[in-house]
Design a protein around this ligand. Structure first.
Ligand SMILES: Cc1cc2nc3c(=O)[nH]c(=O)nc-3n(C[C@H](O)[C@H](O)[C@H](O)COP(=O)(O)OP(=O)(O)OC[C@H]3O[C@@H](n4cnc5c(N)ncnc54)[C@H](O)[C@@H]3O)c2cc1C
Length: 269
């Protein structure tokens, strides 16, 4: 694993594409205007609009590093959340953003030789997608460890909430070391193919012994907490458990806009 680069501040990027993955999750593609932001797969950056009208927020990069410096983000549009709403719905192709980073330690462990499990809720798929792309790249470069079994379990409420199911199923189909599963938490029993239910209900039947696994969990705090407790019950080694909580940060805000702190219910997949 390359060493994580030192963070850069306020590097200009331009929004070149938006794609809706679900009714509330948008994929944004950002290209560097000049300098790139170096990062290791799984890390996150800070982003805001170039005019600083919305607060700085953290977003995991949803791709492995590329020579052209392109970043993709998966942004959940939080009702009344200023930055996520601007990114997902308000921004326009051609808009400039300021990106700082990289940050975070949710990265592949070069010392781990064994299977890996990824648990992702909603836009928590972002760093998992980056880690998978990096594993594919390592395998293509001849790293045999990358061919250990990788299992992705994505949790969404309904079929409409599942991000990139077809693409991930196709990736798994073309890489025998990769298993992709999605579970749905808000559908009637029998109304969709299994697995159905929350990760704590589903995981013990899929992987009852996590002793040999590295486990990566990303999503909302409630999702990460529930999955962490389940992984611990199934025997994950403490040093091989990696979590990324998409908590709301108490970032001091002195910008042009008005900071909004709405009281909304945070829905867990
Ligand atoms: C390390 C890290 C990585 C992150 N990566 C991502 C990412 O890849 N994609 C992403 O969409 N978000 C990510 N987040 C969350 C992101 O930083 C913001 O917190 C989120 O976009 C809300 O910002 P806001 O300004 O729109 O709303 P805020 O004003 O910050 O929050 C408004 C309200 O929404 C709640 N809230 C925050 N996030 C969610 C959510 N996902 N669903 C429902 N309610 C929520 C908050 O608890 C708060 O009550 C990450 C957070 C961290 C700490």
């Amino acid at each position: 694993m390359p060493l994580a680069p030192l963070p850069d501040e306020d590097v200009p990027f331009v929004l070149v594409a938006r794609r809706w993955c679900t009714p509330v999750v948008a994929e944004l593609t950002l290209d560097p205007v000049g300098d790139q932001v170096g990062f290791v797969a799984g890390q996150y950056v800070l982003a805001q609009d170039a005019g600083r009208t919305v607060p700085v927020r953290s977003y995991s990069v949803a791709n492995a590093p590329r020579p052209d410096g392109r970043l993709t983000l998966l942004v959940t549009a939080v009702p009344d959340g200023p930055t996520s709403t601007w990114l997902a719905r308000g921004s326009r192709v051609g808009d400039r953003l300021l990106v700082s980073g990289p940050y975070g330690t949710f990265v592949a462990d070069p010392g781990h030789h064994g299977p890996t499990l990824y648990l992702a809720g909603g836009s928590g798929l972002a760093p998992v997608r980056a880690l998978l792309q990096a594993a594919v790249a390592r395998l293509e470069a001849g790293d045999a460890d990358a061919a250990e079994r990788h299992t992705v379990l994505f949790s969404g409420r309904t079929p409409a909430d599942v991000i990139d199911e077809a693409q991930l199923a196709e990736l798994a189909g073309s890489h025998p070391w990769l298993d992709y599963l999605r579970t749905l938490t808000r559908v009637a029993p029998g109304s969709a193919p299994p697995p159905l239910g929350r990760v704590p209900e589903v995981l013990p039947g899929l992987l009852p012994d996590l002793g040999p696994h590295a486990v990566y969990i990303a999503g909302s705090p409630g999702f990460v907490d529930a999955c962490t407790r389940t992984a611990q019950r199934l025997g994950v080694h403490a040093g091989r458990l990696h979590t990324e909580e998409f908590y709301a940060e108490p970032v001091p805000w002195h910008g042009a806009g008005v900071a909004v702190t709405p009281a909304i219910e945070v829905e867990e997949p």
